[in-house]
Design a protein around this ligand. Structure first.
Ligand code: NAG
Ligand code: NAG
Ligand code: NAG
Ligand code: NAG
Ligand code: NAG
Ligand code: NAG
Length: 443
């Protein structure tokens, strides 16, 4: 019984402290909001040609909106641009990809500091999980970061930590403690995760098709030489080395926390302050950088950088051919100089069309054979080592035993082997040591 009074004392102090901290943490009534997805649509052109409803939060040139590309399936997103640009305005951040909400859905900042997107029936679809964490206010910053701040101005939550397919200037990918990657959008009409991702890894930035087929990676010899690992990658605008001509350089800067010389991905230079720019992993798996010129009418957006491009550019060494894009030639096709130039069949190479495909080989080894193509690489070959050295026979038997294997790729000069579950775009290379063997049913 002797402990009873002291327990009461503890409870008393608990409530005293609790009320003290909570009153400290509460969002002032004039900062809370509750918006309903209802009413008139906006009438300016936005990316994916959706219908949309702008919400009041706006910081030039960013505005929160509900938009839909299929009826009654809305995404809460941040749009960049203003009506006077007279150009299509892109969506640079999204809260609820793959989890659309309907008419009458609500976005509310509660007094406890939690920002909640709820569907019309009240079901919570997305939230920042910031209840009772000291949030006192909400803001869209001028760089496009949507933040919940505490009384000291520190970000309790920021949209920069949850990118979808887009990085804004100042936004960072991190090897540890995320965000780790960008994921493409499935299609214009369907806003779910697509098959491509841009991932930051200790030794590189890499692009993947379906999580495990690498079709591009940055090559940073200095990282290898100094044996250091990357910790983060930030999209930045920097002064150009050539100061006299007033250029601003756009880069993806990689930091390792150990050296002064950081590798970077050069993304182009412009004469205007392009701090309003974004890097986008496209629906097609390509990586592009767009810059925005505020106060320009009609032509505010320009495409500054395309990783896989048919354009010849003698100054850009990072330049890649479109043939490196897994889906450039659809399900199957031979690609050369960014063009689909042939449909390789067992009895010869025919003209390419969208219908070009292989026939299902079946599982039984007695039911299929291989046909050979010379001077051909799979899109995954250029940036992955493959297996080896192995004999071609062993490479083949690995594919033969694997039902899902559609064919294999073999370099005779280095005895390396790649097996492929999907063939898609094959690149023609001027190299007779690069061979492809495609499964085809005997009947
Ligand atoms: C919100 O209310 C506080 C006082 O409670 C006041 O100081 C502040 O200026 C108000 N903010 C706005 C945006 O009205
Ligand atoms: C949205 O809510 C309003 C007001 O409650 C209601 O009149 C309207 O029918 C609702 N819209 C839909 C599509 O349910
Ligand atoms: C590179 O660094 C890692 C760990 O930092 C170490 O284990 C490895 O031995 C180093 N390699 C070389 C070649 O120095
Ligand atoms: C990136 O990493 C460097 C080195 O560890 C660090 O100093 C910097 O603050 C990091 N940047 C961000 C935005 O996390
Ligand atoms: C570019 O503009 C941003 C925002 O308007 C500003 O913060 C930054 O200092 C400018 N940079 C340069 C190099 O003028
Ligand atoms: C063929 O490829 C190998 C490496 O895979 C390379 O060393 C060689 O120079 C290439 N030959 C031609 C003609 O491109």
């Amino acid at each position: 019984m002797a402990t009873y009074p002291s327990l009461l004392t503890h409870i008393f102090f608990y409530f005293l402290l609790r009320s003290f901290f909570i009153s400290d943490a509460i969002v002032p009534p004039n900062q809370t909001f509750h918006y309903v997805n209802r009413g008139d649509f906006g009438s300016f052109e936005s990316e994916y040609a959706p219908t949309y409803r702008p919400l009041p939060p706006f910081t030039f040139p960013f505005q929160l909106c509900f938009y839909n590309t299929t009826p009654n399936a809305y995404t809460l997103a941040l749009r960049m641009g203003t009506r006077r640009d007279q150009t299509v305005m892109p969506w640079v951040w999204e809260a609820n990809r793959g989890k659309p909400v309907r008419e009458n859905a609500t976005l509310s900042l509660r007094s406890d500091g939690n920002l909640i997107l709820a569907d019309a029936n009240g079901r919570i679809v997305w939230q920042t999980n910031t209840a009772n964490k000291g949030v006192v206010g909400f803001a869209i910053l001028s760089d496009g970061n949507v933040v919940l701040r505490d009384s000291k101005g520190k970000f309790v939550w920021q949209s920069f930590d949850s990118p979808t397919d887009t990085l804004l200037v100042g936004q960072t990918l991190r090897v540890r403690g995320g965000p780790l990657k960008l994921v493409s959008r499935e299609s214009v009409s369907n806003n779910v995760n697509g098959v491509y991702s841009l991932v930051i890894e200790p030794k590189r930035l890499a692009l993947y098709y379906k999580n495990n087929m690498r079709y591009w990676s940055s090559t940073f010899p200095e990282l290898k030489r100094k044996n250091v690992t990357i910790v983060n990658a930030t999209l930045v605008v920097a002064g150009s080395e050539y100061e006299e001509n007033n250029f601003h350089a756009l880069r993806c800067n990689l930091q390792n926390g150990q050296f002064y010389e950081f590798p970077d991905l050069g993304l182009g230079q412009v004469r205007y302050n392009s701090s309003l720019s974004y890097l986008r992993l496209g629906i097609d798996g390509n990586l592009r950088l767009f810059t925005y010129r505020a106060n320009v009418r009609g032509n505010a957006w320009s495409l500054l950088f395309t990783l896989f491009d048919r354009r010849e550019d003698e100054f850009r060494m990072d330049f890649e051919d479109e043939c490196q894009l897994p889906n450039r030639c659809g399900k199957f096709g031979l690609c050369e100089n960014s063009q689909c130039v042939g449909c390789p069949k067992p009895n010869g190479v025919f003209a390419w069309s969208k219908d070009c495909d292989t026939k299902a080989p079946g599982c039984k080894a007695s039911g299929f054979r291989y046909y050979e193509l010379k001077g051909v690489d799979h899109f995954a070959v250029k940036y992955t080592g493959g297996n080896g050295p192995v004999k071609r026979r062993d490479c083949e038997s690995k594919c033969t035993k694997d039902c899902k294997c559609m064919g294999y790729f073999y370099h005779t000069d280095k005895s390396r082997c790649w097996t492929a579950y999907e063939l898609k775009t094959l690149t023609r290379v001027r190299n007779s040591t690069h061979l492809a063997y495609i499964k085809t049913p005997l009947r």
